[in-house]
Every structure is written in structure tokens, then in C-alpha cells.
Design a protein around this ligand. Structure first.
Ligand code: CUA
Length: 314
């Protein structure tokens, strides 16, 4: 599958990758050849015209029009080739096929989420069908991030208060790493995701299965699955230990003291509010760092998570 992987570059797993690599190779080898010519000439002239005692002198420099034209015209042609070639690739990269499947991708400190027009929302996992153009509509909840999938040669800045667009078409199934390539704070290096390229049939099944609990699955089990899938587990323990956020063990019905001194009893509405507007009521002793899950968790997801948390009794 990764047969196109070389010592220089990762596998070419999208339609645009071979084109990007061809231009890259051209620039690389043109530079190598020019470097060799200049270096060789420098060494050769240094030896050939080195000083011989006191007598020998090089002849005074005389203008050579032919030579000057040559070293102006050849680089000009070379640069124009790179410009025209690069501009064509740039257009290919930016003109999104009309029938592309649209996925909304959101970057925030420090994870990626993806939502599908008629399907689920995911955290850290972009699932796409093979051999279909995918349009990514990108935006950020906070600072500038950048989405990068090396195997696809796709990279695009992700900005707050503005949409950016990019697209790709994967050419074989498999799993690929997705990175953030804009330094966005202390969690930047962990702002990873996965791109899962699956067959069209599997993609359809996944879209259908993605919304709500699956057949035969209880709300509690559904919630437990979301707890891991949406990475709640990174900050909230279920065994009573203190983490970035309060433990979920015995959370329901617990008496909590908030940052402003107010005392609350954790109920369904508090849990819901904390998922959608985490800054509203921060428990004392914890930093206000929880990201909002607005637009990621649907109502049914919130119900599932609440059902799950309720089962975590002390
Ligand atoms: Cu987001 Cu770096």
C-alpha cells in the first residue's frame, strides 16, 4: 500500500500528491545541478588561477556580453518553468470539484473535530470514502491552527472568525496521521487526529451508525463510548482521582463549590451546561480550560453522557 513511500517523502495517497512531488523533485534536482556547477566552477577556478609567486597575474577583467546574457536567460527560463508549473498546481489545489463531499473541520485548543452534513460529529477522527473528492470547510474556535496530512500533501491554515477551504481525494484505503502545523500553545504537539479512508460502502454504514446509540446499545453504553470517543477521558477520571478536571465518580448529586464561592448540586442541567458552556460554572480548584462541545455533541450525545455519568456512583 505504501509502495510510493520514498526516503524523501511519505506515500502518495491522494490524487494531487504525485503532481506536488513532481514539482518538488524538479526544484530539488535543478538546485542540485546548479549547486554542483557553481561549486565545481569555484573549486576549478580557485586552483586554475591561484597565485604563482609574484609574477603571474590574471588578465584584467573584460566584459563578456554573451556570458551575461546566458546566465540571465537560463535562470529566467528555469524560474518561469517553476512559476507556470507551480501556478497550475496551485489552481488544482484550490479549485474544489463541484461534487465533493463536504466535511466541516474545526480546530481548537487542542483537538480537531469534524462534522458531516448528514452524519455524526467526531473528535480527532476524519472518516472519508476512498476515490471521492472531500471538501474541508475549516475554522477555528480560538487561535490559528493548521491542518496537515503529509500523505495527502494537504495543508491549510485554520483561522478564527473566517472559513478556509481545501480538498483532497484519497486513492487508497488506510489510516493516516493528521497534524496541526501551526504553533498554537502548550498542547500543540499533541493536537493530532486520524484520517480513516474506507470504502464507499463502509463509509455509508459508518454515517448511518454514527448518529445516536447503535441497535441494542443502551444509553449508558452509548455514553461510555462517547466518553472515550470525545476524549472526555483525557481530563476526567472515573475512579475518583483528580485530573485536569473533576472526577466523574460520584459526580451526579455531588455538592461542588464553584470558583465564585457559590455552592451547587450537580444535576442534569449543570452537566449539560458544563459540556456546552464550560466556563459558566467552574469548580473551585480547577483551571477554566475545558473546551466547549457546542456543535460537536448533539442532544442525544449529551443524554448518553449524562446517563453514563449517573451510573458512576461511589
Ligand atoms: Cu493547533 Cu498547533
Amino acid at each position: 500500500m505504501d509502495t510510493t513511500k520514498t526516503i524523501w517523502l511519505p506515500s502518495q495517497s491522494s490524487t494531487i500528491a504525485p503532481q506536488i512531488d513532481a514539482l518538488f523533485d524538479f526544484i530539488l534536482w535543478a538546485s542540485v545541478v546548479l549547486f554542483a556547477i557553481v561549486t565545481f566552477a569555484t573549486i576549478y577556478f580557485a586552483i586554475r588561477y591561484r597565485r604563482h609567486g609574484d609574477i603571474a597575474r590574471t588578465t584584467p577583467y573584460v566584459e563578456n556580453l554573451g556570458l551575461e546574457i546566458t546566465w540571465t536567460v537560463i535562470p529566467f527560463i528555469l524560474l518561469m518553468i517553476i512559476f507556470v508549473w507551480g501556478f497550475k498546481d496551485f489552481l488544482r489545489f484550490h479549485i474544489i470539484p463541484a461534487h465533493a463531499i463536504e466535511v466541516k473541520a474545526t480546530g481548537q485548543k487542542w483537538f480537531w473535530s469534524f462534522s458531516y452534513a448528514d452524519g455524526p460529529s467526531t473528535v480527532g477522527e476524519l472518516v472519508v470514502p476512498v476515490n471521492k473528492p472531500i471538501k474541508l470547510l475549516l475554522s477555528s474556535q480560538d487561535v490559528i491552527h493548521s491542518l496537515f496530512v503529509p500523505e495527502f500533501r494537504v495543508k491549510m491554515d485554520v483561522l478564527p472568525n473566517r472559513y478556509t477551504l481545501t480538498w483532497f481525494e484519497a486513492v487508497h484505503t488506510g489510516e493516516f496521521q493528521l497534524y496541526c502545523t501551526e504553533f498554537c500553545g502548550k498542547g500543540h504537539s499533541e493536537m493530532w487526529g486520524k484520517v480513516k479512508v474506507v470504502t464507499e460502502d463502509d463509509f455509508k454504514k459508518w454515517l448511518e451508525a454514527g448518529s445516536g446509540p447503535q441497535e441494542g446499545e443502551s444509553m449508558r453504553d452509548f455514553g461510555a463510548r462517547l466518553f472515550v470517543k470525545n476524549a472526555c477521558v483525557t481530563c476526567h477520571s472515573v475512579n475518583g482521582s483528580k485530573n485536569v478536571g473533576p472526577t466523574f465518580l460520584g459526580l451526579f448529586g455531588r455538592r461542588e463549590v464553584l470558583k465564585n464561592g457559590q455552592i451547587i448540586i450537580v444535576d442534569e442541567n449543570y452537566m449539560r451546561e458544563s459540556m456546552l458552556t464550560p466556563m459558566a460554572k467552574v469548580v473551585a480548584g480547577y483551571d477554566p480550560v475545558m473546551p466547549t462541545f457546542q456543535g460537536i455533541l448533539k442532544n442525544v450525545d449529551i443524554d448518553g453522557l449524562i446517563a453514563y455519568i449517573k451510573t458512576l456512583e461511589q
